[in-house]
Design a protein around this ligand. Structure first.
Ligand code: PHE
Ligand code: ZN
Length: 893
């Protein structure tokens, strides 16, 4: 915060709290301008650590009184701390009264107002903006909460746990009293007071217990909650079936709010969701939205065990709950997808997100280990590394101990730690102890380097075949790149799932030297030295290796395969992920080749034919085809170049990708026309993987057809796209057709955009899509950039709502490199302005936007100097929040 001194917090400085708060009775007199908070805490000294003053956290509060055992006591306030020197040795009661100002809270951390209601967000350190407290996750208390508010304006009063009592008060006010029997850290506290309605469902779980599930939203949004409710029920069933983890509350509530910094929050029994992660109807949400909602509802629900029942000792352990819970929601999504091909599609999407979001982070100014060792502002560490790389680390445990072994590890983890605040080491120990002698347990200390060393490991693989001895030797080498503050890293434990393919693409049996017989046709090699060789025997002919199947480790792989070998894998690999990967590698090689040569990209007939074969394939899943025909992400291409020591020219990358795109549109024109017709969904809208796959492929085909048509000056396909846009019965197809027109800069895009806005102007989440589509539109002659600047003046635009800010500003700066990186530096100037404006409103969201410049250092000129100048301009402002300052200072370090 602005008036706090920025200090570096370090993991090695962790000390247990001097005091515990065992119970707390909170009462709120809710008023938007001035809310009165009374807190009565039972406090106990922690005998295990040396005595010291009681230091409570508090920010942006007005303190009214402090009593110990009912008597006033002397205290002082220093920065964001309230310090009491004379606290008694024996257990005591501390009573505090203070006020806060919810309607002024634009940071959306603590207690704030949104759409005329009250909501809270306490993770990570928002509780201290509500009242003075030991706001740290290892202090767990039992909460009893009384809410008082105007009955007409705020008919619904919610907090964690069970409802004890409700009643009327004078002056049109009413109250509700809640009690949560589970001790919890303050970051899991929540309250809601608003005019809401709820969808309700009673369920009986396997264990025979009855539960009430509720989804609360604003009036008018109720019909958009069916999917969330179904997802919640599926999540309850899944966690019990897969991990034996039941719902532990009689009542489980989910609430939607439209002003929210993140996706959602797992407050005990009272999850609060960004409406974008909760509300869906066929008319307003896309297949991708439906999928995202299912996974976020599951994610928050799964936190009830991995996060709430067992929580983090300190915020350095954030991945303990986040990596594990992302892994669990990924597994859930795969199980929900059911069909093997649909599972592979889930995996491909997760890996794409990792590579375009986490890999650049791991290589840039903000690179940090899965368990960071220091931070200034913890909000800056809710990152792709902690979440997504953290999930990959958890996945590697499962790869090393097997599915049953992983489940046994989870069981032991809960047996040991239920009700505790623990560390990543505790999780690792449970996994290893439940699987003695396993590939994990025998190298646990080395495996844990994944938590400590930042940077994406690079693995080089080279094979050599000896026809005489019929042996195939595979040599794997790893290198660990330097990252800020870390050099000379130690070898990591890298599980490499693999198989070998024979000349006609058949899977070969795998027998390592020293083994009596072949052991199947797929196995996991464990690379743990800097260099290791694996010798396969009884290999009849020179094989093609299929390595890192299913993306078995978060590394950059260089397997040195030729085009012929990659084409073979694309056709025959038994592992669907690697089949997709082979196609991506072929595309990547061509794009990178053109960028490095500074030449125009010209796709060769072999590649085009391979893509045609995928598109026309009789058995492949449409969703898989759509992904296989999607070119690698520009951010990922940039990382490939940077990893090879080249500077990054975003315009050159974009030009090559665009050329590849256009050539695929032209060369496969007939095939796209076929694909469009052949994948129309008959019957009513269902967000199933099957239907979604058909829509993905037909919409991709349509955008290729419109692109081809606008370039060749024909009007049939743009006309058809416009018709489809108008007549579509669901948002996926409507938005698909609209984006086909917008990205091709077709003339019809203009009336289509107007019509879309007019039709949906009362649906905020759809208006977000309208802004986002324009912010991400393919750049041609600076038109997209100019349009975005113009849209910042649109009456519907505001930086105050995070979803709206993201929809336009982040779309441009984060997801549209060609529009953002301009040789006149206007994109960077725009970025600096927006960061500063946002920072005055919401530092957390501003910090995210600041991250856009993480990789300025690898940019080619003139971008590099211009980017640095823009960053320096932001750094020169004295008024920056800690959030933005930390990001900017790391960028310039
Ligand atoms: N803990 C939330 C989740 O991952 C994310 C979150 C963090 C939300 C901080 C709000 C604030 O589920
Ligand atoms: Zn989470």
């Amino acid at each position: 915060m602005r008036d706090g001194t920025p200090t570096l917090i370090r993991l090695e400085d962790y000390v247990a709290p001097i005091y515990w708060i065992r119970t707390v009775e909170l009462s709120f007199d809710l008023d938007p301008a001035k809310t009165l908070v009374t807190s009565k805490m039972q406090i106990q000294r922690n005998a295990a650590v040396p005595h010291g003053p009681l230091r409570l956290h508090g920010e942006e509060l007005t303190l009214l009184r402090v009593l110990i055992n009912g008597e006033s006591v002397s205290f002082r306030q220093e920065g964001h701390e309230l310090i009491i020197e004379g606290a008694p040795d024996a257990d005591f009661t501390l009573e505090i009264r203070n006020t806060c100002a919810p309607e002024k809270n634009t940071a959306l951390s603590g207690l704030y107002t949104s759409g005329g209601g009250f909501f809270t967000q306490c993770e990570a350190e928002g509780f201290r903006r509500i009242t003075y407290f030991l706001d740290r996750p290892d202090v767990m208390a039992v909460y009893t909460v009384t809410l008082r508010a105007d009955q007409a304006k705020y008919p619904v009063l919610l907090s964690n746990g069970n409802l004890l009592e409700t009643g009327e008060l004078d002056n049109g006010r009413h109250f509700a009293k809640w009690h949560d029997p589970f001790p919890k850290p303050s970051y899991l506290f929540a309250l809601v007071a608003a005019d809401l309605v709820s969808r309700e469902q009673r369920i009986r779980t396997r264990a025979g217990k009855d539960h009430l599930l509720q989804v609360y939203v604003r009036r008018g949004d109720l019909e958009k909650t069916e999917h969330a409710m179904n997802s919640l029920i599926a999540s309850v069933v899944w966690d019990e079936a897969r991990f034996g983890l039941p719902l532990d509350l009689e009542r489980f509530m989910v609430v939607g709010v439209s002003d929210f910094n993140m996706g959602a929050m797992e407050n005990k029994g009272l999850n609060i969701f960004n409406t974008s992660a909760l509300l869906a109807s066929a008319a307003t949400a896309t297949d991708a939205d439906f999928h995202r909602i299912e996974s976020i509802v599951a994610h928050e629900y799964f936190h009830n065990w991995t996060g709430n029942r067992v929580t983090c000792r300190d915020w350095f352990q954030l991945s303990l709950k986040e990596g594990l819970t992302v892994f669990r929601d990924q597994e859930f999504s795969q199980d929900m997808a059911a069909a093997p091909s649909a599972r592979a599609v889930c995996r491909i999407q997760d890996v794409r997100a990792l590579r375009s979001g986490q890999f650049p982070e791991d290589a840039g100014a903000m690179a940090h280990p899965v368990r960071p060792d220091s931070y200034v502002e913890i909000n800056n560490f809710y990152t792709a590394t902690v979440y997504n790389k953290g999930a990959e680390v958890v996945r590697m445990y499962q790869t090393l101990v097997g599915r049953a072994g992983f489940e046994a590890g989870m069981k032991l983890y809960f047996e040991r730690h239920d009700g505790q605040a623990v560390t990543c080491d505790d999780f690792a120990a449970a996994m290893a102890d439940a699987n003695p002698g396993s590939a994990l347990a025998t190298r646990l200390e080395a495996f844990k380097r994944w938590y400590v060393q930042a940077g994406t490991p690079r693995v080089q693989a080279r094979g050599s075949y000896d026809a005489e001895t019929q042996t195939y030797t595979l040599t794997l080498r790893q290198t660990l790149p330097d990252t800020p503050g870390q050099t000379h890293k130690q070898a990591q434990v890298i599980p490499v799932a693999m198989g070998l393919l024979g000349a006609d693409g058949q899977a070969l049996p795998l027998q390592l030297q020293g083994e009596a017989a072949a052991q199947g046709s797929e196995r996991v090699l464990v690379l743990e030295q800097l260099e290791q060789s694996f010798v396969f025997v009884n290999v009849a002919s020179a094989p093609v290796p299929s390595l890192l199947r299913g993306f078995s480790a978060p590394v950059l792989l260089d397997d040195g395969l030729s085009d012929t070998e990659l084409l073979m894998l694309l056709q025959h690999d038994a592992d669907a992920f690697n089949r997709w990967e082979a196609g991506q590698r072929l595309a990547l090689a061509r794009i990178i080749g053109a960028v490095r040569a500074g030449a125009a990209l010209q796709l060769d007939a072999a590649f085009i034919q391979a893509m045609r074969a995928v598109l026309r394939h009789a058995e492949l899943d449409p969703a898989f085809k759509a992904l296989a025909l999607t070119l690698p992400d520009e951010a990922y291409i940039a990382e490939q170049l940077a990893a090879a020591g080249h500077s990054v020219d975003p315009q050159a990358i974009h030009a090559a990708v665009e050329a590849a795109h256009i050539q695929l549109a032209d060369a496969l024109h007939e095939d796209w026309a076929w694909a469009f017709d052949a994948h129309q969904v008959r019957g009513g809208y269902q967000p199933t993987p099957q239907q979604a796959g058909q829509r993905a492929l037909s919409n991709q085909a349509l955008s290729m057809l419109v692109l081809h048509a606008t370039r060749s000056g024909t009007t049939v396909w743009p006309g058809r796209a416009y018709q489809r846009f108008k007549d579509a019965s669901n948002m996926t197809d409507r938005l698909g057709a609209l984006s086909a027109l917008v990205n091709a800069h077709a003339e019809l895009a203009v009336p289509a955009l107007e019509r879309f806005h007019a039709q949906f102007r009362h649906e905020p989440l759809v208006v977000d899509k309208w802004f986002a589509l324009q912010g991400r539109a393919a750049e041609v002659d600076g038109k997209t950039f100019a349009r975005v600047k113009q849209l910042t003046q649109h009456p519907d635009f505001t930086l105050k709502n995070p979803n709206r800010a993201r929809s336009l500003i982040f779309s441009l700066c984060m997801f549209n490199p060609a529009a953002f990186h301009r040789s006149d530096a206007a994109g960077y100037v725009f970025w600096a302005e927006q960061v500063l404006q946002l920072d005055a409103i919401n530092p957390q969201v501003a910090g995210r936007l600041a991250r856009v410049m993480d990789r300025w250092n690898v940019l080619a000129q003139p971008y590099r100097d211009a980017a640095r100048e823009a960053i320096a301009r932001v750094a020169a402002k004295p008024e920056l929040s800690n959030d933005v300052r930390e990001i900017i200072e790391r960028a310039l370090a």
